[in-house]
Write a protein that binds this ligand. Structure first.
Ligand SMILES: [Zn+2]
Length: 479
């Protein structure tokens, strides 16, 4: 059965067009007609600007529980990480299902239609496997299905606690649940996903979930194992993601131990290429930039996270000029707003270059849509054209934020709150600015309270003082 929508404006590969009818059949775009002044009787009317679905190429869903709770004591990326470990320690498959469902619902409300979950909380807190060794991964798949978002489950190899000049350190107690012991055990567990992913019915399984792999970073995965993870990705034809040079300390440790940069280490392990996405890519040398460009590696920037964690500003324009593709992610979800990420990519460049228009509107939209889809293994999505996945997002033109802006410049004005309609695979998930699950704020509040120990009442946790680890008094009182 086909369905049809009439768009006041739609962002097509050829540019913005007025009066566009989109017909969808079997979850894909069957026809696109432009120049349609008025809708036909069966069309769903979409006032405003309809964009291709937006891709969140880098997510750790549980980090959402830290939003607005880590700003009391200053600190650095490394002190924030301690607060993050405290949340990770409390997750169970059931708690993670509730939390991820609400976080993914927030993403769809904001206009994201696909998410890449960089998933490393695999085991029980003491590092022993659950009865189902992929119980946490299953929870994420279920959460995405409930929230109506496509998911690429990037199963992450995490073997070491850190890197120093003397070499890799063992996992700290709070990191034990991330590790599989060695790369063969990781691959064995990650491969087991093929057995159950097929169990999901068509509309919720293979059509909405794809598999990928990740190596956490050169801090957490030694040379040799990095190459083995890259081999798994190549053998299984799955995307490979890895955090790269987010902090200068990673570069220093890599230089001390290996005598090269993290990018050079990945190149030596044959881990770069169009199927690889490096996340953050903040502190790079000119040689690194050239290597990432020549291999057409994807660089995923997470501007709202990078500014929140005081990471720095990565060389996005230089990477694009060198040949790298750019994608965008919200990472720790201090902000879930794809338009803020698009603007962040451009505005950070403006701040360091003293020039406006470092990226064209089309380049920004491509980073937020088709390039992100491709980075996550969905080469068939992120654009409004016949045959593509029927994922699209409508942004209203009449809100307090968007009123008066030119329709083709709406990404520079809109916020997540201006998204009125989200369609994923031809299925309406958000309509009239409301998610089909109902009160997403309420879902988030309950799920976050359950993993932080707060009571879920408005403002309760935020009234507590936070220490240098960004933990509240409530957190500290927990056993
Ligand atoms: Zn990350």
């Amino acid at each position: 059965m086909s369905r049809s929508w009439w768009c006041e404006y739609a962002s097509l590969p050829t540019g913005l067009a007025p009066g566009v009818r989109i017909t969808v059949s079997a979850g894909r775009i069957h026809a696109i007609e432009s120049g349609c002044a008025v809708p036909q009787s069966a069309d769903v009317r979409l006032d405003g600007v309809t964009l291709p679905g937006l891709a969140n190429a880098h997510s750790h869903a549980f980090h959402r529980a830290l939003r607005g709770r880590t700003h009391g004591g200053g600190g650095t990326f490394w002190t924030w990480r301690q607060a993050m470990y405290a949340v990770a320690a409390r997750l169970t498959p059931a708690l993670y299902l509730d939390l991820a469902r609400s976080v993914y619902a927030e993403m769809v409300l904001a206009g994201y239609t696909v998410v890449g979950e960089f998933h490393y909380v695999h085991h029980r807190p003491d590092g022993t496997a659950y009865e189902d060794p992929n119980a946490m991964g299953r929870a994420l798949v279920q959460a995405a299905a409930d929230a109506g978002i496509r998911l690429t489950l990037l199963d992450t190899c995490y073997l070491a606690g850190g890197l120093a000049g003397a070499g890799h350190e063992p996992l700290a107690p709070e990191q034990r649940r991330f590790g599989d012991g060695d790369v063969a055990a990781w691959a064995h567990r990650a491969d087991a996903r093929w057995d159950w992913i097929e169990c999901y019915p068509d509309t919720r399984g293979p059509n909405r979930v794809r598999l990928g792999v990740a190596a956490h970073s050169v801090r957490a995965v030694p040379k040799g194992a990095l190459g083995a993870v890259a081999d798994v990705a190549r053998d299984r034809r799955m995307p490979l993601h890895i955090h790269l040079s987010e902090q200068p300390a990673e570069n220093v440790a890599c230089a001390d131990h290996y005598g090269c940069t993290p990018t050079e280490l990945l190149a030596a392990e044959a881990a770069l290429g169009p199927g690889t996405t490096v996340v953050h890519a903040t502190h790079l040398t000119p040689t690194d930039i050239a290597a990432l460009g020549q291999t057409e590696t994807v660089a995923c920037f997470c501007p709202t996270t990078e500014r929140d964690l005081a990471d720095g500003i990565g060389p996005a324009r230089a990477l694009a000029d060198a040949g790298a593709a750019l994608a965008l992610g919200s990472d720790q979800h201090a902000v879930v707003d794809p338009f803020e990420e698009l603007r962040g990519l451009e505005s950070h460049e403006r701040l360091i270059s003293g020039r406006r228009g470092r990226f064209s509107p089309a380049e920004l939209l491509q980073a937020g849509t088709s390039a992100g889809y491709r980075s996550l293994g969905w080469d068939d999505g992120g654009r409004l054209e016949v045959g593509a996945l029927a994922d699209f997002v409508t942004v209203g033109l009449g809100s307090a934020r968007t009123a008066g802006c030119l329709p083709d410049q709406i990404p520079y004005a809109a916020s997540a709150a201006d998204v009125t309609t989200v369609v994923v695979g031809g299925e309406t998930v958000v309509s009239g600015g409301a998610h089909r699950l109902g009160d997403v704020g309420g879902l988030l509040a309950r799920a976050i309270a359950a993993v932080t120990g707060a009571d879920g009442q408005h403002g309760h946790a935020s009234r507590g003082t936070t220490d240098a680890d960004g933990m509240t008094e409530t957190d500290r009182r927990r056993p």
